[in-house]
Design a protein around this ligand. Sequence first.
Ligand code: GUN
Length: 295
Amino acid sequence: MKILDGTWVAEALKKDIVRDVDRWSREFGRKPRMAAIVVGDDPASHSYVKSKEKDCRQVGMESILYKLSSTISQEGLIECVKSINEDAGVDGLIVQLPLPEHLNEQEVIEAIDPNKDVDGFHPINMGRMMIGLPSFVAATPAGIVDLLDYYHIPLQGKECVIIGRSNIVGKPLANLLSRKGYRGDCTVTLCHSRTVDLPEVTRRADILIAAIGQPLLIKADWVKEGAVVVDVGINRVEDNRTKTGYKLVGDVDFDEVAPRCSYITPVPGGVGPMTRVSLLKNTMQAAKLRDMPLF
Ligand code: GUN
């Protein structure tokens, strides 16, 4: 069994991004810049955004954070998005999700300029990705494909089972892995909460991707011998032995499942760092597109 080491691969990919950032900055006389909007005080959202800003600094990009009150109106938030759309000094824009209950997430996503939509959540980007046109691809699915590619995991004709049909992970990933050609050509099954006999389906998988958000759901007898297992889950579970009182576990019961696998991602240190590096790649792509917008 080999570990798919997302931390290591992400660091390797960042070296390429640093070179790109440096070249671009010298040509345009400024650094690529990502703007992030975070609404309210959710500690997890603030912590994610902080990490994204740190990643930007690490590769020589700039970031600008818009911290908005949890009481902001839908109109106020959309105004903020639109002003960043118009800001020529910003290349990429993310609105950290989830938003407080009273806000309409979809409407906010659709207010983002698709040329700055480095999360790839705008329906224009989602739709273009679906039919194989140039687009921003959501960071987690893009990172998973990069990780499999980095380890030269064969995909063509393989049975790939994805658990979880979210707009952010399951749906775009199913599309990417079933695309014609390089880094695609899998036979994809997309499972969800209404799938009958999930273990029976997952046992068919050459490549099993868990993105369901249920701690330690996937057990050894759900996995075919020699399968490649990718764990997207990041779940906080109580643990009195840690300082924080919790620990992070994936959707896969790693200790049970790992011995059956050819490759497996750890949590943390698997998909997470790949997601973060994909956001940087998208921001670099957005900067490069400034002179020739996609849309
Ligand atoms: N919340 C959870 N994942 C994400 C993400 O990839 N982007 C944004 N903007 N919010 C998220």
